[in-house]
Ligand binder design. Structure first.
Ligand SMILES: [Zn+2]
Ligand SMILES: [Zn+2]
Length: 182
């Protein structure tokens, strides 16, 4: 959050696409821009996360976050500073590609933090068989990320399972693991 505010208020923010009045783009776009930020972040996270699992850089960037094989909510904030830099990097594509109101950035950052904590919660909040329904098939869950921590490979997504399903990195034990925590 602090990083985002520093960037948008610094010379780096000089060319960003921030607009001042919500009315200038309308409330429809306000909601759309939240969704666009979440989709962009999901894509950014998936690919940088996969990259950080490459054996050549895993230890340097990502091993600290994987110290916890059965994470608690605090694991969401446990990572190496280098990984922190990679994660904070999402702010640049967002502010240079998506026209945004500062309140949208705030909502996005709060959502990001809450979903990250949920992903590391250690128990599932979504209902039974959620993994099988039309919407649940595409949403990332705490079960999915918890398995990523215990098994290390597969389930790289953040908010959604689009990329994991498209790239066939969703672990085969996902559905059975989901049933077990019911
Ligand atoms: Zn990982
Ligand atoms: Zn994690």
């Amino acid at each position: 959050m602090l990083v985002a505010l520093l960037v948008t208020r610094s010379p780096l923010g000089e060319f960003d696409l921030r607009y001042e009045s919500i009315e200038s783009h309308g409330m429809g776009y306000w909601f759309l821009s939240v969704l666009l930020m979440i989709l962009m972040h999901d894509t950014y996270f998936y690919w940088t996360h996969c990259a950080m699992h490459h054996p050549k850089i895993y230890r340097l960037f990502h091993e600290v976050h994987h110290k916890s094989t059965n994470p608690s909510r605090w694991a969401a904030f446990a990572f190496h500073p280098l990984e922190g830099i990679v994660e904070a990097g999402i702010i640049f594509p967002i502010i240079y590609i998506i026209p945004y109101h500062l309140s949208v950035l705030f909502v996005f950052l709060v959502f990001m933090t809450l979903y990250n904590v949920y992903g590391h919660l250690g128990y599932e909040l979504y209902p039974k068989r959620f993994n099988k329904n039309f919407i649940g098939r595409w949403l990332n869950t705490s079960v999915s990320h918890n398995t990523h921590h215990s098994k290390f490979n597969g389930n790289y997504g953040l908010y959604f399972l689009f990329w994991d399903r498209w790239m066939r990195t969703l672990r085969e034990d996902y559905d059975t693991n989901f049933v077990e925590v019911d």
